[in-house]
Design a protein around this ligand. Sequence first.
Ligand code: ADP
Length: 256
Amino acid sequence: MEVSQEVKNEKKIMVKLECMHKAFGSNKVLNGVDLQIRKGEVVVILGPSGSGKTTLLRCINFLERANQGKVTVNQYTVDCKKASNERIRTLRTKTAMVFQQYNLFRNKTALQNVMEGLIIVRGMKKCDAKVFSEQALERVGLADKFDFYPSQLSGGQQQRVGIARAIVMQPEVILLDEPTSALDPELVGEVLGTIKEVAKSGITMIIVTHEIAFAKEVASRVIFMEGGVVVEDGTPEEVINHPKELRTKQFLSRIH
Ligand code: ADP
């Protein structure tokens, strides 16, 4: 029987983590994480502080190197123990990260911040990088802020520059590490709205956040982590509204 392209895409595994272990000294932070994430899934990772959520994200793009395990992004596999710098560099081009503290260059404008990766990492000509970067800033609602420096932008606008910088690279997967937790409460909505818009484009996303309402609205899948392992994994309806595991129930009752 012939399988349609649509069904094939739906089933395509975009991110695969196998047996991920990471310790900082004697502190065992990841204790064997196995995960498969399909193309287009928007996965929210929930869990108490210190459960290893950020470390897991950072191990996917080798900002941290796991002690053991394998990371595969779009069929490109890197063994955490043995990987050469060359393989790590290649894997990194498949992901883009949005950081809690935005991590923008203070001495560059919004446009220059977004152009940087295209020029330096992709070797794109400046004039082409400018066109793509302007489009990315327009997508996040910052068409009127191209020439503004980070200090002239609100936290929410700075984070939207961070999101533009990620999408302009056209990665296979975007990793977002608590993208709203440094923001004043009144600025959280605009950033979540932007993430929601980007999610609609069908890009695969993995988001660490404490925003439960947002997770319910945007996530196609919710993962609950504790003690460096995946405790529960399912739809938002299953994990947030009808958690099976006691640890998930306890966590949700604390933060609701
Ligand atoms: P979460 O994102 O769930 O709050 P993290 O992954 O940030 O958890 O942290 C898990 C544990 O790893 C914490 O105990 C933290 O102190 C430790 N940790 C994280 N990064 C480092 C690091 N660079 N050096 C030492 N310990 C770290």
